[in-house]
Design a protein around this ligand. Structure first.
Ligand SMILES: [Zn+2]
Length: 283
């Protein structure tokens, strides 16, 4: 019962972060300050707190602004729900990991628990950034560095801290710190070089330089080269299939721009969550 309540609170934290993400997307694009109350994008009226509860308000208001009756985009509840589920998933995964560790080895110390909390925090920053890239690139065909670059810095810092053996991450028990840092460096260089090369070969038509900065983030988040390869593989496969469908349905032509960012975000998410399982299919 208590565990359900706990998961429910985590779900709500995720919803709140999703709501914040929607707000960041809107305010960065319209160059508004991140502080201050939310406005309806149509009538600009301040939204009262009880109409601003993630997911619930959308259902209660039946997709419409209370003041001007204009329809609220599906983006809002969708992003909130995705973030809620991802947050719950990361805690659930950690819980599984913890029970395996306590079963095989001694119960984790309090310092090791601190390490687990840091790794959950890293998960959340990664999810937030990937979902942000996904939405922003689809909506505005742009990469917003104000989110991407600080997030990359935070994720690199957290990865280096968590890699310290004192935190008892299962990986760092078997792998020296220097090896892990080398892995991180290589994981960052591979996608960045990959995109720069593509940029030079296609003379900037295939990928934008924004994608290179997403590559930086991918390497930082995924931490080891084969995770990056898995992410790129899924990004290009899924991107190819979706572009094919859009071309067939004639909603896009060969000349229209289909952004790569959302597919890179999906590929990175798949590799981030499932790379261990995917690797174990083959090795
Ligand atoms: Zn309104």
């Amino acid at each position: 019962m208590l565990i359900l309540l706990f998961y429910f609170s985590v779900f709500f934290i995720g919803l709140a972060f999703g709501s914040f993400l929607n707000c960041v997307v809107y305010r960065l694009h319209t160059k508004r300050s991140l502080w201050g109350r939310s406005l309806c994008p149509h009538c600009k009226k301040t939204i009262v707190w009880h109409d601003n509860i993630p997911l619930l308000s959308f259902l209660v208001l039946r997709r419409r602004c209370r003041n001007c009756d204009k329809i609220i985009s599906w983006q809002y509840p969708f992003i909130e729900l995705v973030m809620g589920l991802l947050f719950v998933f990361s805690i659930w995964q950690l819980n599984n990991q913890l029970s395996v560790i306590s079963y095989q080895l001694a119960a984790p110390t309090s310092v090791e628990y601190a390490g687990f909390i840091l790794s959950v925090f890293k998960d959340w920053v990664v999810f937030f950034t990937l979902v942000f890239i996904f939405v922003y690139d689809i909506k505005y065909l742009q990469i917003e560095d104000k989110v991407l670059l600080p997030a990359t810095g935070i994720v690199i810092a957290l990865s280096i801290i968590i890699a310290h053996p004192v935190f008892g991450d299962p990986v760092s028990k078997f792998m020296p710190l220097t090896t892990q840092l080398q892995n991180l460096g290589i994981a960052i260089i591979i996608p960045v070089l990959f995109f720069i090369l593509q940029y030079v070969i296609t003379k900037g038509k295939g990928v934008g330089l924004g994608d290179t900065r997403i590559g930086l983030f991918m390497g930082a988040a995924l931490g080891i080269w084969y995770n990056v390869v898995i992410a790129l593989f899924f990004a290009y496969i899924i991107g190819g299939i979706i572009s094919g469908i859009l071309l067939l349905k004639k909603t896009k032509t060969l000349k229209s721009q289909i952004p790569l960012g959302p597919f890179l975000a999906i590929g990175t998410l798949i590799a981030y969550l499932y790379s261990e399982q995917i690797m174990s299919w083959y090795f």
